[in-house]
Design a protein. Structure first.
Length: 138
């Protein structure tokens, strides 16, 4: 599976830890979710209802060689924030064709299936699906 450098690093980070340490790593990612720029209002963001917690995203594909991704998730939703932060770390600033090539089942490569409910993992996949949908529509 060919991944952009940032996502490949995330997979590597998760591969280096086991069991509950994978959850701790996910929580560390949740603390690193970038703040929204002041000029981006949440009403301009798209909800991702498949996520168990409120999550909103915005895909700025004006420059298809450097797609910008923005996420909003409440601090009391650390799993959802962690997933959003992984996408931000791994895909923000990447070309559209690179993002579109990320496998739909990427979430399974993190090794979280035994630790997190399938419903939550589907939320992470739903974020990628919506990002790709926006890129195809742009």
């Amino acid at each position: 599976m060919s991944l952009p450098e940032g996502l490949a690093q995330v997979v590597s980070d998760f591969a280096e830890v086991e069991g509950q340490d994978k959850l701790k790593l996910l929580l560390e990612f949740s603390d690193e979710l970038p703040d929204l720029p002041d000029d981006l209002v949440e009403s301009a963001m798209e909800p991702v209802p498949e996520c168990q917690s409120p999550l909103f995203l915005h895909v700025d594909a004006a420059d298809r060689q450097r797609v910008r991704l923005y996420f909003s998730a409440p601090p009391e939703a650390p799993t959802t924030r962690g997933f959003a932060s992984i996408w931000a770390a791994g895909l923000d600033g990447q070309p559209a064709d690179v993002i579109l090539a990320v496998p739909e089942d990427f979430a399974s490569s993190l090794g979280l299936a035994a630790l997190i409910s399938p419903l939550r993992l589907r939320g992470m996949s739903a974020m990628l699906t919506r990002i790709k949908r926006r890129l195809r529509a742009a």
